[in-house]
Each structure stands twice: as C-alpha cells, then as structure tokens.
Design a protein around this ligand. Structure first.
Ligand code: SF4
Length: 429
C-alpha cells in the first residue's frame, strides 16, 4: 500500500524534461523510447503545435483546447500524415471547433456514471463487475472520450483515502468478482503506484479477475516496458483491453507492445469507437479487425459514440454500425468480429445490436438469413408443442418465406451466390 498521505501524481517519478528536445526533429530524440520523456513532451500548447505541425493555424485548436484539454504524445503526433480532417490521427487527437457545437441530446455524463458510484471512483452498474477509476490523466486526450467532462481537466491519480474506500467497499460486496481498472489511463501511473493499487485489489479474496482498460499500447507503446510486464504478471489473472480505432494506429511499436503483453500471458481485447470521418467505413473496420487478430488482440466491442458533450461531430447513425456489422459477417472469422454496442443513456448499460438474421418464426421452423442473402429454414426440435408437420417433404418450386416457415421448403438461394457457383463447378452442374 502507499503511504497514508500519498496522493499519486502522474509525473512524480519523472525526471526533469530534457532541453535538447526543443532542438531536435521529433522522432530523433535520444529519449524517444522513454515513456517518461513522451509524457513530459506531450503537445499541450500553441507553441508545441507549431513545432510539430507547422502548417496548422493553432488559434482555433487552442479555442477548443481551452474547453477540453489537449495532450498528444510526440509518438502519436508522429503518426499523422497531414494536419487536417482527412487524417484519422489528427481527428482523434487535435481539438477542433466542432467540439463547441452540440445537439440538445448530449450531456457531460450521459451514462450517469456519477449516479452509480457507491464510493468515489468506483462505478457499479452490473451485479458482478465494478469499474475503478484510478487516474484522470492519459497519455493522449482522445477527442471522442466519453469521460471528456473530467479526464485531463486536472491530472491526478487516485488518493490513498479513495483507494482504501474502494477496497473496503469491494470487501463488503463479495458479489463483485471482476474489477476493471480504468481512468483516464491506469498505465500512466508509475509501476510502483500501479502495484499499490493492484496489490490492494488482488488482496480481496472475492475478486477473481482484474481488467485494465488502457490506450497506451496505441498512444504511447513505449510504456509497455519489461519492468511493467514483470510487475503485472504478479497479479494474474489480468485481462487487458486496449483501444485501437484505425489501422494506421497499428505500428511496429504498438505491435511490439501488444506482443510483450501477449507473450506474458495477458489476454488482449480491443474496444473501438465508431467515429464519423475516422473509421466509419466497412473496409477500414475490416482491416482494423484483421490486423488486430494478427497481433493477438481480439476485437471485443465496436462502440456507438456516446451522447457526450463535445463529441457530437463524431456520431454516426446507428444504421451505419449495422451496415458495417453486415459487411463483416462472412468476410471475417467470428474471432475477428467485435460486438457492436450502444452504451445506453441513463446508465442502461451496453446493448448489443446486430443485423436481423431472423426472417420469420413458427412453432416448427425458423427462417434465417445468412450473410449471402440465402434464406434457410431451421427445423425446431419437437418438444411436443409442434402443431404442424411437414407434408410430403419435398421442396416446392420457387418457394417463398411461407414455404420455409411451414416446412414445405428448406432453403431459398440467391441465384448468383458465389458459394453456390463454386459448388456447381465442383459438382460439374
Ligand atoms: S485514453 Fe481513454 S480515457 Fe483517455 S482520453 Fe482516450 S478515451 Fe478517454
């Protein structure tokens, strides 16, 4: 445990910033691979912006940044190809005036997290899980952040008093078996600070699983040091969920960070957010999911953008998410397909959405649609409730959905299905 008076601070273990950084081109600094250096040299001001993005007029950026904080690691800024709205890295990291334009439906805390906090920092929405906010700081402040209301406004990490309150609550509520460390980003804590939290949570006998939600493998992958990995291993089982939104975020450095975690035995998942103008194209999500699986990160959720103040310009219609899910099914293995979810307003929790694959149902048969458009009848088991029996068996010419539901036909095939064409070729018909 940390000392009684200790208030964990993001950079308390940090060294002084190196003055040489101002003279060298980004990416060539000797300490580039130090996460402390990256934290200390985050882009936070108009002057910083001019240095990293000389073509950018920083005035509008800084107007938005006055409302919602800006911080971009030099590493993440280095992924930007052109400072403008056509660049996904720019969109996700650089403040824009759009953030100051809101619809009547948005609010600071649409998920009503503060109403589900039995003690400060601990959100309990589901019976067996609790989300524990241990930092209000991140390596980079995503422009689409759900906790934009507080993340980065003041950069601090959990106090000893709040840690003790949360641990006491968890001890008194053994039905909570799964604790998710979140923030902000838990991995901006030093190894020592994080270990204080982990050892306290792991000391609770009823806590089976600890999860860590972190975007540092994406925005500051050099944070995944051998020392951090070795420390985390002492508190297994730990699951780690990260947050890649676009294939351009998968780089040699982020691959190495994920490999270090996967090699150490941490199951890795990914939670993306669907963002208009960033990743709301089916092909982008397909590529992202393929590449995530290749680096041993399981696509877990694809979130509909929340109704958060300052994020309206990123929201897509729900139909867009469904179109993307329709596109993915059949093209990607189930392992690579995330669940599309809406985190319901008013704290309703996650609601999964998917295209409708059920066309019709009767007591004896259900008509299903596959990703090719094939309609197929699935016969239900006879549990003594069946009121209809198939008569005669054989399929009728040009069956419709009713023939499937009533059991008179078993499938309707799209005429030009490539799978059926392959079958015909193979069978020579
Ligand atoms: S890393 Fe997560 S908590 Fe931090 S700003 Fe991005 S989305 Fe928000």
């Amino acid at each position: 445990m940390v000392d009684e008076q200790t208030v964990l601070s993001v950079e308390q273990d940090s060294k002084e910033p190196s003055s040489a950084a101002e003279d060298e081109p980004p990416g060539q600094h000797a300490e580039w691979n130090s996460w402390i250096w990256q934290m200390q040299h985050r882009i936070r001001s108009a002057d910083d912006l001019r240095r990293y993005m000389p073509a950018l007029d920083p005035d509008d950026v800084m107007r938005a940044a006055e409302r919602f904080p800006m911080a971009i690691t030099p590493y993440y800024a280095g992924l930007m190809r052109s400072p403008g709205v056509s660049d996904p890295i720019y969109q996700m990291s650089v403040p824009q005036l759009f953030e100051l334009v809101n619809s009547p439906y948005v609010s600071d805390d649409p998920l009503e997290e503060h109403d589900d906090m039995p003690v400060p920092g601990l959100i309990r929405r589901y019976p067996d899980r609790a989300l524990f906010i241990i930092s209000s700081a991140c390596a980079m402040y995503c422009r689409h952040c759900t906790r934009k209301r507080e993340v980065g406004v003041v950069e601090e990490t959990i106090s000893q008093a709040h840690l003790e309150q949360a641990v006491a609550y968890l001890r008194e509520h053994p039905d909570v078996s799964d604790v998710i460390l979140s923030g902000g980003d838990p991995l901006v804590l030093s190894d020592h600070q994080l270990e204080c939290v982990l050892s306290a949570v792991r000391s609770i006998p009823s806590v089976q699983i600890i999860r860590i939600g972190t975007r540092v493998p994406v925005t500051m992958p050099m944070r995944i040091t051998p020392e951090l990995v070795a420390m985390l291993r002492r508190y297994q089982p730990i699951w780690i969920n990260t947050h890649f939104n676009h294939p351009v975020e998968i780089t040699p450095a982020s691959r190495a960070a994920c490999a270090a975690l996967a090699d150490a035995g941490f199951p890795l998942g990914n939670q993306s957010v669907l963002l208009r103008g960033v990743n709301d194209q089916p092909e982008i999500i397909e590529t992202l999911c393929r590449e995530l699986v290749a680096i041993r990160v399981r696509p877990y959720y694809l979130y509909q953008c929340d109704l958060v103040r300052g994020v309206e310009h990123f929201r897509t219609p729900l139909t867009r998410g469904l179109e993307i899910m329709e596109y993915l099914r059949g093209r990607l293995s189930g392992l690579a397909i995330p669940t599309f979810v809406v985190d319901a307003p008013h704290g309703g929790g996650k609601i999964p959405l998917m295209p409708n694959y059920i066309v019709s149902m009767s007591p004896t048969h259900t008509v299903l649609r596959n990703c090719e458009g094939m309609l197929v009848s699935y016969p239900e088991p006879d549990l003594g409730q069946a009121t209809h029996r198939r008569e005669g068996g054989g399929e009728v010419p040009q069956p419709g959905v009713w023939e499937l539901v009533s059991g008179k036909a078993s499938a309707i095939y799209p005429a030009d299905s490539s799978r059926i064409q392959r079958r015909k070729l193979r069978h020579g018909s």
